[in-house]
Design a protein around this ligand. Structure first.
Ligand code: NDP
Length: 468
């Protein structure tokens, strides 16, 4: 049977766009549909605009630090509207770049919501109105995820990161519920832009899943920067005190506590977009967590349907979705079979200061490996010896004693993401501690600490001689 396309992709975010462009480059006839904006969460309402807001918010600290370096500034003031509009202009520019990339690769874009009718047929409800039916030999689902808000009374008053990029005004007081990536990143953004910020956590510390010492360092840094962290607290009800359901709001805890705020933002995780896309009609099954179940080639339970990115809930990061989409396209259309490799994926949390890591946490290494040598450094970064800012840098390297291999590197400090990106290559290449020791540092930098760590932490150093 002749199909309209060799490949049809549902969802034009990072994974879908990469897969479609690469497949088209290999000569496939490719179509893609998207019901929001081409670029996906990362470009439109995630990593990219978030990082720009982080840049914007950091000026507050720079202005404060400048005085000790001799600068006199008249009191700085900030226009949220200017920052918001400039960020959204950049998002528009990138959206246009993505449209051109698809066009240049010969991928046909169908703006509208795609739904599987069977294993080879997709029904698209067009954004401009009308319907179309498309057939394809192979199908890729790359529909991403969406923020989840617990269903509590008054939850309709809360925003998520989706809305945070479009706020009419900077709230005076923001309460962020959750302690993951998005919560700590936006806490830093709002704090820098002058809002009073509370984080409400159901546990004792932020960033579950990261290295414990790094979690503690970030948690303390949030507090040191003036953010109020309410631990072991849950919000059970939100009540609007203003007219027409507007703020200020009262956030009530189940135990009878209450605090006031101008904006409640939920950052309590994201769920895969699997509803209403006809998966059941095509024999595409979900795993226990509700994501599309895929094998190591990203193939679903239907033989001609694959899935990549957040909808598969493997590692929910843009570069991982890019890798998965690229591997799929090379394998299926480029005669270059390759599986995505999810080991040693570096990542960063753009809180202030940043947390970045690659490889195993100490806790994971203890569970899975034998004897370890662990090296840490905690210090005041050079800039802040003059600025007076109370900010510390923390670094950690985890070495498997039997092989001398560096299995994990973690850092909380300025530019951690840039630094760890470079070191991730070394970890991926299987570098040993001896390789780090043989590397000459760049002075004066924070990064040179990673090549001058000589003494393993006492509880992990078998003998002094072995550690040196
Ligand atoms: P995360 O999964 O990182 O964190 C969710 C947080 O919400 C956790 O602290 C969790 O607590 C808490 N939580 C969950 N349910 C509830 C509830 N009912 N009540 C109170 N707290 C709750 O999710 P995010 O929304 O921050 O981010 C989603 C994903 O987006 C991330 O996993 C990441 O993959 C991606 N992302 C990546 C970024 C980057 O690379 N820099 C930036 C932003 C997002 P607990 O620990 O108790 O479960």
């Amino acid at each position: 049977m002749a199909y309209d396309y060799d490949l049809f992709v549902i969802g034009a975010g990072s994974g879908g766009v990469r897969a479609s462009r690469i497949a088209a480059g290999h000569g496939a006839r490719v179509g893609i549909c998207e019901d929001y904006r081409v670029g996906g969460t990362c470009v439109i309402r995630g990593c990219v605009p978030k990082k720009l807001l982080v840049y914007g918010s950091k000026f507050a600290h720079e202005f404060e630090d400048a005085a000790a370096f001799g600068w006199t500034l008249s009191p700085p003031s900030h226009s949220w509207a200017t920052l918001r509009d400039n960020v959204n202009k950049e998002v528009d520019r990138l959206n246009a770049v993505y449209l051109r990339l698809l066009d240049g690769a010969g991928v046909k874009l169908h703006m509208g919501r795609g739904r599987l009718m069977d294993r080879h047929t997709i029904h698209v409800t067009k954004s401009e109105g009308g319907e179309e039916t498309i057939t394809a030999d192979k199908i890729l689902i790359a529909t991403g995820g969406h923020p989840v808000i617990p269903s509590i009374p008054g939850c309709e008053h809360a925003i998520t990161s989706n809305e945070a990029f479009h706020l009419r005004e900077m709230p005076r007081h923001v309460t962020i519920i959750g302690g993951g990536y998005i919560a700590v990143e936006f806490a830093g953004i709002f704090n820098g832009l002058g809002a009073k910020v509370d984080i409400v956590l159901r546990r004792d510390r932020v960033l579950r899943g990261f290295d414990e010492e790094c979690r503690t360092a970030v948690h303390q840094a949030l507090i040191d920067s003036g953010i109020r962290v309410r631990t072991e607290t849950e919000v059970g009800r939100i009540v609007a005190k203003g007219a027409d359901g507007k703020g200020p709001y009262e956030a009530h805890t189940p135990l009878g506590g209450m605090f006031e705020t101008d904006c409640v933002m939920y950052a309590t995780g994201r769920a895969p977009n699997t509803r209403g896309i006809g998966l059941e009609k095509a024999g595409v099954q979900l795993d226990k967590a509700g994501a599309i179940a895929v094998d190591e080639w990203s193939k679903s339970t239907a033989p001609n349907i694959w899935a990549v990115g957040d909808v598969t809930d493997r590692i929910n990061l843009t570069p991982v979705a890019l890798m998965e989409g690229h591997c799929f396209a090379d394998t299926e259309f480029g005669n270059k079979p390759r599986k995505p490799d999810h080991r040693d994926v570096a990542s960063a949390v753009f809180c202030q200061p940043e947390l970045a890591s690659v490889g195993l946490t100490e806790e994971q290494a203890r569970r899975t490996l034998g004897e370890l040598r662990i090296y840490t450094a905690a210090f005041r970064p050079m800039k802040h010896t003059i600025s007076g800012r109370h900010q510390r840098t923390f670094m950690k390297m985890i070495v498997e004693a039997a092989t001398d291999r560096v299995v994990g590197i973690h850092m909380v400090g300025d530019d951690a993401a840039e630094l760890i990106q470079g070191l991730a290559v070394a970890v991926k290449a299987g570098a040993t501690k001896a390789h780090f020791d043989a590397t000459v540092g760049i002075h004066p930098t924070s990064g040179e600490e990673f090549v001058t760590m000589r003494t393993a932490r006492a509880d992990t150093a078998p003998t002094r001689a072995a550690a040196e």
